[in-house]
Design a protein. Sequence first.
Length: 148
Amino acid sequence: MDKCRESPPADWPAAAYVLIGREDLALSCLARSCKFKELETQTNMNLVSMSTPYMLHLHPVTIPSTISDNVGLESTKFEDTDSIDGTMTDGMENIFSSCTQLRYVRDLRLNEVRRLLCSARPVAIQTSANPSASDRDLQQVCFFCCLI
């Protein structure tokens, strides 16, 4: 099945391409065989309804560029923000290639791994303590609060 998905024969019908998860080839096959525009749109709708939800393309996890809005800090700016689409790069964009999607069609663990490894995203922390206090001073205050 994986070999057929990676390099399917060119003479298959569109339904066979959908069966192996290659909707892109099914659409190109239908575009060659359909001569009328209305027939093509009707066939495309049937093609999408035939494909299972697991066969649909996975979208990479994106991190919003306005993390400061989520945390509540308006003055925080991050230099890692991509200005084109407003998302931050997390260093794992290269794992979501077309080959990866063909190989792991039903396996959603890559999305979960990428979500868990979003270590490129800075985390802003608000403290109610004096900003000039050292970490040791803050630890002592927390320790004394726990004892009381």
